[in-house]
Every structure is written in structure tokens, then in C-alpha cells.
Design a protein around this ligand. Structure first.
Ligand code: AMP
Length: 371
């Protein structure tokens, strides 16, 4: 999705829930092939492995026992090398096959400790399975029987793994990244809500670049570029221009000012696929959307405003009520859902868009100041 903050640090999505699930399925397949004829004891190393163990054993279709031990070596983002005591192996393990389920193996210090601890337990065999493995930092000559996903030496959180106790509940794995520097705001609202007017004022006040995809299209139409010719037929009817065209254009606009303080996106994103493309694009730059600020205006008032604007704007799509209705239809069926998209990320801020221009700028500024 996008960049998240835990305590003082920023993390970006690195390995998805799906990729994790596939890796676990493969691990289960290998372990099943080796051990299906006995009843292994799967031992999870707490706290980090609780999700992995739960998902692993749920997929394991043969007899098995499940147990947990606690043994931690992390304090913050650096491996301290100090290992705490083992708590929780109470069963008689003599003659049994034990499979340790680790969330991550990096330096191998914990792994070494595990080998030490189980050395005198008279096991039939000890196997090690780890979901994540950092080959670049692993320094030990110890066997690891099953490896899920090998990753570079970067701090990760999510799927049971924490950064100072936060982040264990994330379904995906996130990787440490730099602090975003830009203020990137999606100025949102139906056609005629006043996005363009407000963006012109706010870009000056906050020193941001204003990108209006509608304006860029109109500029291209006026100058009869290839892009303009392509967009015209859609725009004249009040339909959305296809996503691939719009997304490429938007990226090119952003890349024109790489040193920007941030952007006000006006009229973009308008579909869910535009929103996720924007998230991905910004994430590659170590940036993210700071928030969606939405101008809320009743539809009847909007039609009035647009017809009024049509008298002077010269815009074909402002002059005909059926085209205006079609733009609302496009908005309601394809764009309005973006409220949920940003709300689930706690990034949605609604602002009353009825009133004097300066009043509304004030209301918007209150939100901009917080972002
Ligand atoms: P606007 O100036 O934002 O009202 O946009 C005018 C027209 O440009 C829209 O009705 C669409 O035809 C097209 N357009 C602007 N932005 C987008 C977008 N993000 N995706 C698809 N079409 C767009």
C-alpha cells in the first residue's frame, strides 16, 4: 500500500501477504515429504513466529504437535548479539523429531543458542525451518534445513516481526526506508467542488506544485498533441480518459519537478487503479500521499456552479447538463470509492466546500497544516 510510520521510523511494503503464503506452502510441502510418517513437534520461537507457526501448521495435513518457546535477541533495529534465556520447553523430547519454526534467521546467534539447548535433549532429530533468511549476515556453520524467502540485510517488520513491539499485526512485510520529505495532497471532490480554485491558492501558501490532470489534458487538446487527440473524444463526452494514458501522463508531470516540496493532485486519482499506481510510484521515490482532502458539496449546487462556469470557461463539458450528469455518474461509480481507499489508511479528511472561497481556504489550511 504505502509508507507507514512506527515509532520514529518509516517502512515501505516489501513482501506481500500472498508471497508469504506461497513461501509457507512450499515449506509445508518440503517438511511434509520428509516427516509425514512420524509425529514431529513443531516448536515456534516467540514472539516473532506466532503468525508463521499458525499459518504453517494450518497447512500441515499430517499428525503433529505444536509448542512454543521464548528466546529473544532483538532490541531495536540492531541485533545486540545478547540472547535471553529459553522459557517453555517442558515436554520430554527424548527420541522425538523436533522442527524449530523461526520467523527470521540473520546472524545465526539465536540459531546457535537453539542448537546448544537441544544438544543434550536426546532428540531423534532436530530440523530448522525459517520463513526469512538473511544470507549476507549469516556467519555460522550451522545447518538450516528449510528456508522460505532469502532477503537482503535490511530491517523488516510485519507478519509477527516487530520494531520495538510495534508492527507485529501487519499482514505484509515492510522494510525500513527513509523519512518522506514531501507534502503530497490529493485534493478531492466531485466536478465543480472548487478544487482548481483552492489549489491555486494553496499551492502558493504551501509552496507546492499543482497538477490538474484536467488542465494538462486541455493544454494538450489545445496544442493538438497526440495525447490531446486521444483524450478529446473521452473528455468531450464527460467520460474518463483511460487509466494507462492518464497514469503515464501524471508520472511525467511529477518527474518534471523532482525537487518539489510536494504536490497538490487535483483531479487525480479518479479510479482505484490510478490510486494504487500513484502509491507505488511515490513509494519508489521513498514518498507517500500525506492525505486526501475532500471538498464536500451537495450535487444540486454543483450542477448550478458548473453551468455558471460553462458560460465563461469555454469548456464543452461544462455547458450541457447531460454531459455534467455523466461526469457525476463517472464520479459516483468510479471515483467516490477512493474515499474508502484513503480512509482505510487513515488519510481521508472531509472539508465543507460550501461558503465563501476564503472561508473554504481557511478550512482546507487547517487540514494542510496537520499533514
Ligand atoms: P477536470 O478538469 O478535473 O474536471 O477533468 C476534465 C476531464 O478530464 C474529465 O471529465 C476526464 O474526461 C478527464 N480527466 C481528468 N483527470 C482524469 C483522470 N484522473 N482520469 C481520467 N480522466 C481524467
Amino acid at each position: 500500500m504505502s509508507i507507514i510510520k512506527l515509532h520514529d521510523k518509516y517502512f515501505k511494503k516489501f513482501i506481500t501477504e500472498n508471497q508469504i503464503e506461497n513461501a509457507i506452502s512450499l515449506l509445508v510441502k518440503q517438511v511434509s515429504e520428509d516427516l509425514k510418517d512420524e509425529t514431529p513437534i513443531f516448536i515456534g520461537i516467540l514472539n516473532g513466529s506466532f503468525m508463521f507457526v499458525a499459518d504453517f501448521v494450518r497447512k500441515y495435513n499430517y499428525n503433529c504437535e505444536v509448542s512454543f518457546v521464548k528466546l529473544s535477541s532483538y532490541n531495536g533495529t540492531n541485533s545486540t548479539g545478547k540472547i535471553k534465556q529459553l522459557v517453555g520447553v517442558n515436554e520430554d523430547l527424548e527420541g522425538r523429531t523436533v522442527v524449530i519454526l523461526e520467523d527470521i534467521i540473520d546472524t545465526g546467534n539465536t540459531l546457535q543458542e537453539i542448537y546448544e539447548i537441544f544438544k543434550d535433549k536426546k532428540l531423534k532429530q532436530l530440523k530448522i525451518a525459517t520463513l526469512f533468511f538473511k544470507p549476507d549476515v549469516f556467519k555460522k556453520e550451522l545447518p538450516i534445513d528449510y528456508i522460505g524467502i532469502s532477503i537482503p540485510d535490511k530491517f523488516i517488520v510485519g507478519y509477527g516481526l516487530d520494531y520495538d513491539n510495534l508492527g507485529r499485526n501487519l499482514a505484509d512485510i515492510y522494510q525500513l526506508t527513509t523519512e518522506p520529505k514531501m507534502k503530497n495532497i490529493v485534493l478531492f471532490g466531485p466536478p465543480g467542488a472548487g478544487k482548481g480554485t483552492q489549489a491555486d491558492l494553496l499551492k502558493v501558501k504551501y509552496n507546492l506544485e499543482h497538477i490538474s490532470t484536467g488542465e494538462v489534458f486541455r493544454y494538450n487538446i489545445k496544442n493538438e498533441t497526440e495525447l490531446g487527440k486521444l483524450a478529446k473524444s473521452f473528455m468531450d463526452k464527460g467520460d474518463l480518459v483511460p487509466d494507462n494514458v492518464t497514469i503515464d501522463m501524471l508520472k511525467a508531470e511529477v518527474d518534471k519537478t523532482p525537487d518539489a516540496n510536494g504536490f497538490i493532485f487535483d483531479g487525480f486519482p479518479r479510479t482505484e487503479s490510478q490510486a494504487s499506481a500513484l502509491d507505488e510510484f511515490l513509494e519508489e521515490k521513498g514518498e507517500t500521499i500525506s492525505g486526501m482532502v475532500a471538498l464536500e458539496v451537495p450535487e444540486d449546487l454543483l450542477v448550478e456552479r458548473l453551468l455558471e462556469r460553462g458560460k465563461t470557461s469555454g469548456r464543452a463539458d461544462d455547458q450541457d447538463e447531460s454531459k455534467i450528469r455523466n461526469r457525476f455518474n463517472e464520479y459516483n461509480t468510479k471515483t467516490a470509492i477512493l474515499k474508502d481507499y484513503y480512509q482505510t489508511q487513515n488519510k481521508y479528511f472531509g472539508v465543507n466546500g460550501v461558503g465563501a472561497i476564503s472561508e473554504i481556504t481557511e478550512r482546507l489550511s487547517e487540514v494542510f497544516d496537520k499533514l
